[in-house]
Design a protein around this ligand. Structure first.
Ligand SMILES: NC(=O)c1ccc[n+]([C@@H]2O[C@H](COP(=O)([O-])OP(=O)(O)OC[C@H]3O[C@@H](n4cnc5c(N)ncnc54)[C@H](O)[C@@H]3O)[C@@H](O)[C@H]2O)c1
Length: 284
């Protein structure tokens, strides 16, 4: 894609790069290509096993560790980022999620409640904490843009997405409420991008993920939105071209969320369906 330097002069924090499959990896690369300066952050544990530091080296970006549920670490991330940038922050990507219940294939009705609390804390409340810390330290410039990544199961039933569905619903609610307050206070914009499935560490968290990818691909009129599509949308959301957008969940999903049944899906399953019709006729 042609470069437009849409983020020239902007400074932002990118959470959630663990390896080259991470959505945040693509976002960080695109932001730098478009002229931004970025700080990369993740937990110490994730960085010890992942490739956050390698990407940081390639991009010439500082790395500041932060566990997104620990307020003192969030506060020092903001302070240190402002020191590195020599001023306030223009954008933040919150790309953070984890569910021990999903990792252990615990069904929605059989969750471990200690894990459930952690799922909420890491995957949703961490955004609340981050925004509260930003407000208290006045870390964001006017019209700064904060984007978090969500999923369709925030508002639609999807059994295999387990307790993460509740976390995403809470996340989108935090986007609305904090967006309303921060918008009035400082013209800060807060939005969620509800992304098509992409195979990543977190994206492989639920059972039968490959079936779902196939299904979503057939059901999305444009096909699945890729990690690169997600990064391009993030760049747009961090740029001045989206100054009027806040408190939204934007569906970057190839049309999946608006589709009941696509022609592609019918074609894909025609043989199976015709087989079923024969069985039904035989029953009559
Ligand atoms: N991959 C998909 O299909 C998909 C679809 C829609 C939304 N999302 C969302 O995108 C976001 C990024 O996920 P991904 O798919 O790139 O997977 P990923 O595993 O690459 O990223 C998840 C990140 O969260 C970080 N993290 C976990 N606990 C943390 C903590 N306490 N503090 C700070 N960071 C922590 C991990 O270290 C990791 O870098 C998640 O919110 C995910 O739910 C993913």
């Amino acid at each position: 894609m042609e470069l437009h330097h849409l983020l020239k002069g902007k400074k932002g924090i990118v959470f959630g790069v663990i390896d080259s499959h991470s959505l945040a990896w693509q976002v960080a690369c695109k932001c730098v290509q478009e002229g931004a300066e970025v700080v990369l952050t993740n937990t110490e544990q994730a960085m010890a096993i992942g490739q956050t530091r390698q990407l940081a080296q390639t991009l010439g970006a500082p790395v500041i560790p932060c566990d997104a549920v620990k307020m003192p670490e969030i506060e020092s991330l903001l302070k240190e980022s402002m020191r590195v940038f020599g001023g306030k922050i223009d954008f933040i990507l919150h790309s953070v999620a984890m569910s021990q219940n999903m990792r252990r294939h615990k069904s929605y009705t059989d969750v471990n409640y200690a894990y459930y609390n952690t799922t909420m804390d890491v995957s949703a409340i961490s955004l609340h904490k981050l925004l509260q810390a930003c407000m208290k330290s006045d870390a964001l410039n006017e019209y700064a843009s904060v984007v978090t990544l969500s999923f369709i199961a925030a508002s639609r039933f999807m059994e295999t997405y387990g307790d993460m569905s509740d976390a995403k619903a809470l996340l989108e609610s935090i986007v609305r409420n904090m967006g309303g307050i921060y918008g009035q206070k400082k013209r800060v914009r807060i939005n969620a991008i509800s992304q098509s499935p992409v195979i990543t560490r977190a994206g492989q968290g639920f059972k039968e993920v490959h079936y779902f990818h196939h299904f979503a691909e057939q059901m999305s009129p444009l096909g699945l939105a890729s990690a690169e599509d997600c990064a391009n949308l993030c760049v747009m959301m961090f740029s001045d071209y989206s100054r009027g957008i806040t408190m939204q969940t934007l569906y970057n999903d190839g049309g999946f969320s608006q589709t009941v049944m696509s022609g592609k899906f019918i074609e894909f399953f025609r043989d199976t369906m015709e087989g079923l019709n024969t069985v039904n006729k035989d029953r009559k």
